[in-house]
Design a protein around this ligand. Structure first.
Ligand code: GUN
Length: 292
């Protein structure tokens, strides 16, 4: 059994980004990323802070907007328009999920698709489905795909089962794995909360990708001997033994399945660090594309 070290792979991706930033700096260009957070959700705040820190560490320009929970749709759209027009900003990310008064789909559509480094804009979703490499794919599934590649896990002809059908992870993950090419060519099944006999479907997976957002949702009965398990879940569960009062667990019951896996991502330290690394990579490419 191999533990897939997302921290180590993310560090390599970030070093590539650092080189890319230096190359652009020599031409007088600094890639810029803007992150927008509405509200006080602690997990979202932590992600946004971490994105800003990574940006600055790589020598990128960072813009952070932390807006109050009561921000209106129009106020948020005004911020997005300002960032669209700002030539120092090449990538824009609005942290999801926003508070309920916000129409998230409308906000995503307002982002300039060329700056949509999250890959959530309909134009980028279409480009992903069309296998047009000029678009941006969402960072978390991109990170999962990169992990498979770095560990030499063959996707061609493999049966990949994606559990979860979100626009952030499940759907784009399925599109990436079924696309033509070296990190694709998989046979993909997308399972979700209405899937009949989920355990049997999951047991037929060579590569099982868990993206449901429920702690320990997939266990022993979902994983076959020799499967590769990619656990996208980052769930906070109460833990009075910890100083901060919680610990992070994945969607997979790691202790129950790890031994029989060929390879598995831990939580934390698996997919998590990859999301930010791929965000930086997308931002760098956005900058290059905008420079022509
Ligand atoms: N919330 C959870 N993951 C993501 C992500 O990749 N991008 C954004 N914008 N929000 C998220």
């Amino acid at each position: 059994m191999q533990i897939i070290d997302g921290k180590a792979v993310a560090a390599r991706v970030l070093e590539e980004c650092r080189d890319g930033v230096a190359e652009l700096a020599a031409k007088g260009v600094q890639p810029g990323l803007a992150v927008v957070l509405v509200g006080e959700d602690p997990a979202s705040r932590a992600y946004v802070a971490s994105k800003e820190k990574t940006c600055l560490d790589l020598g990128m320009h960072s813009v952070k907007h932390e807006l109050p929970a009561a921000t209106t749709q129009e106020q948020l759209l005004a911020v997005v328009r300002e960032l669209n027009a700002d030539p120092a900003v090449h990538g824009i990310l609005v942290q999801s999920p926003p508070p309920p008064q916000i129409d998230e789909a409308a906000v995503v559509r307002a982002i300039d698709p060329a700056k949509d480094v999250d890959g959530f804009h309909p134009e980028n979703v279409a480009k992903l489905a069309l296998e047009d490499p000029s678009g941006f794919a969402p960072c978390t599934p991109l990170g999962c795909q990169r992990l498979l590649g770095e560990y030499g896990i063959e996707t061609r002809g493999a049966h990949a089962v994606v559990v979860g059908r979100s626009m952030i992870v499940g759907k784009p993950m399925a599109l990436l794995l079924m696309a033509k090419g070296p990190l694709g060519d998989a046979t993909v099944t997308v399972a979700h909360s209405r899937t009949a006999d989920l355990a049997a479907v999951c047991r037929s997976a060579d590569i099982l990708i868990a993206a449901v957002g429920r702690p320990g949702f997939l266990g022993d009965e979902h994983v076959r001997e020799g499967a590769v398990v990619i656990d996208v879940g980052i769930n906070r569960v109460e833990d009075p033994a910890r100083k901060r009062g919680y610990r992070l667990v994945g969607d997979v019951d790691y202790a129950a399945v790890a031994e029989r896996c060929r390879a598995i991502t831990p939580v934390p330290g698996g997919v998590g660090p990859m999301t930010i690394a791929m965000l930086m990579s997308n931002t760098l490419r956005a900058c290059r594309q905008q420079m022509g």
